[in-house]
Design a protein around this ligand. Structure first.
Ligand code: MN
Length: 242
């Protein structure tokens, strides 16, 4: 099982969650929202080799944390994973959009230097702006669009650019999400919890939501759960090793 976008450092029941992850043999991408949070968040992974910690600067707080960009660049050689980064064009964040674009672009310039990064990207109501920047920086790494919620046109653009997608149970419970996932290439999908931000029936999700997401996806794909799980495993392998 794979949880390719999880905020371990923001979880309440952390001990319990870490035990669950370990027992389930789950692969987790633990994203951060500020470069300063990276060392502490990495420590949470302990000695579990299946938990990777990504270095991130969340678009909704990027404008007040641009002074942490040099720190992000310093940490970059220590991890192959970058996130959560991207752009947010929703009402609350529109005012900082120009600054967000500058910061996201400078991060893409930094990751272009190493070329082998895997990026977990936030693109809410800013899908085309995100894709334009990815197109402008084709060597910035392998983009994984987390909780993609754009329209079918921007989805097509993303697929053409070679983007991957981390999808979650909330998407699988919405009509729009189901339509988007149906249009994504099956071999470029991995699962995520976006814990604790994703809510299912009003409650914060944990990585333990992943088995349910696999079930929901198997219903959408009309194939057995075991087959769905196998496809997701292969995708993950392809994503991180090729
Ligand atoms: Mn997130």
């Amino acid at each position: 099982m794979i949880d390719f976008h999880c905020h371990l450092d923001l979880l309440r029941n952390l001990e319990e969650t870490l035990q669950f992850i370990d027992k389930a043999g789950m692969y987790v991408l633990s994203v951060t929202t500020t470069p300063k949070a990276w060392p502490g968040t990495k420590r949470l992974a302990g000695s579990n080799p299946r938990i990777k910690t990504a270095i991130g600067l969340h678009p909704q707080i990027a404008h007040e944390r641009s002074n942490e960009l040099p720190l992000l660049e310093m940490i970059l050689p220590e991890t192959r994973y970058v996130g959560e980064v991207g752009l947010d064009g929703s009402k609350e964040s529109k005012g900082t959009f120009v600054g967000q674009q500058k910061i996201f672009e400078s991060i893409l310039q930094m990751t272009s230097k190493s070329g082998d990064k895997i990026l977990s990207i936030h693109s809410r109501q800013a899908e085309e702006a995100v894709l334009d920047l990815l197109k402008k920086h084709p060597s910035s790494g392998r983009p994984v669009l987390h909780w993609f919620s754009g329209n079918q046109f921007s989805l097509k653009f993303a697929v053409e650019l070679g983007c991957w997608f981390s999808i979650n149970e909330a998407m699988l419970r919405s009509k729009k999400g189901l339509a988007l996932i149906s249009a994504m290439p099956n071999d470029r999908i991995v699962t995520e919890s976006d814990a604790p931000f994703m809510k299912v029936r009003g409650a914060s999700a944990y990585p333990s939501i992943i088995p349910r997401a696999i079930q929901s996806l198997s219903r959408l794909w009309r194939i057995p759960v075991s087959h769905t799980d196998q496809i997701l495993r292969n995708n993950f392998k392809q994503l991180v090793t090729s």
